[in-house]
Design a protein around this ligand. Structure first.
Ligand SMILES: Nc1ncnc2c1ncn2[C@@H]1O[C@H](COP(=O)(O)OP(=O)(O)OP(=O)(O)O)[C@@H](O)[C@H]1O
Ligand SMILES: [Mg+2]
Length: 239
């Protein structure tokens, strides 16, 4: 089966070769577990290793700040982003939306659809998309059914456009219950931190699901370095 490789070798192995093309994958994790790093790595590898252009859409942080955070890394984001036909970085937030004349209306998932549609109108055939993060989009809903419906529409939209999308999601605690978005997605990857017997925090990644694939669901150790996320697919975490 054809796969969209994240280019993170160990993670692709856990995913049974990579992400199923045209699917929606949720990457959820507690603060600082490397969600943004994973998303960027997915896009950068897409450009460098597989000649697949991608879009990074931030729903909160300003792009300048995101880029600055990776100054010390080997990612060279600013350089790649000079050519938006390869890597397109954009902020989609309530603040930016208001600046563009969106008025006082709260930011909604359908606005995100509009933004992505706009980028797809050009000549570039983007295949990879990262939304950082979904959590910001759901704040404006008090009715969970409405929120689920709206998010379902976004998921269907990215799929209909043939995009393979990584939706980053904030997880308040390591053992928080699954959210409705976890059920809507085709795949679910969890990034977590566990304190071992020596009270050291160790990072662990687990592929919880990928529809239509044989996956490795064991919690595996990963590290974050200048080169990004490195998953050790043979190292089972015993804590
Ligand atoms: N060179 C490096 N070596 C080791 N760890 C690093 C390195 N660069 C960044 N990190 C770690 O990566 C983490 C930040 O990653 P990232 O911003 O991708 O996480 P995140 O899950 O998106 O965070 P947030 O919840 O704030 O959005 C930090 O914990 C930081 O310590
Ligand atoms: Mg982040």
């Amino acid at each position: 089966m054809e796969r969209i490789r994240t280019g993170i070798t160990g993670l692709d192995k856990l995913l049974g070769g990579g992400i199923v093309p045209g699917s929606n994958i949720i990457v959820k994790g507690t603060p600082g577990t490397g969600k943004t790093t994973l998303g960027m790595q997915y896009l950068i590898n897409g450009v460098k290793k597989y000649s697949e252009p991608g879009i990074y859409l931030s729903t909160s942080q300003e792009i300048g700040n995101v880029v600055a955070e990776f100054d010390g890394s080997d990612f060279k984001i600013a350089e790649l982003a000079k050519d938006p036909d390869k890597l397109l970085l954009s902020q989609f937030s309530e603040a930016s939306f208001r600046k563009k004349g969106g008025g006082k209306k709260a930011l909604q998932p359908k606005d995100l659809v509009e933004a992505v549609n706009f980028f797809l109108r050009g000549k570039t055939q983007y295949t990879r998309l990262v939304i950082d993060s979904v959590s910001t989009l759901t704040y404006n809903y008090s009715n969970p059914n409405e929120m689920r419906h709206e998010l379902d529409r976004v998921f269907n939209f990215t799929k209909s456009k043939g995009l393979t999308t990584v939706y980053l999601t904030e997880n308040a605690s390591g053992n928080a219950p699954f959210g409705f978005e976890d059920f809507l997605a085709d795949g679910l990857i969890e990034l977590t931190e566990i304190e071992d017997k020596k009270r050291r925090l160790r990072r662990g990644v687990r592929v919880i699901k990928q529809r239509g694939s044989k996956i490795d669901r064991v919690l595996r150790e990963y590290k974050i370095t200048r080169g990004g996320i490195d998953v050790y697919p043979e190292e089972e975490m015993f804590v």
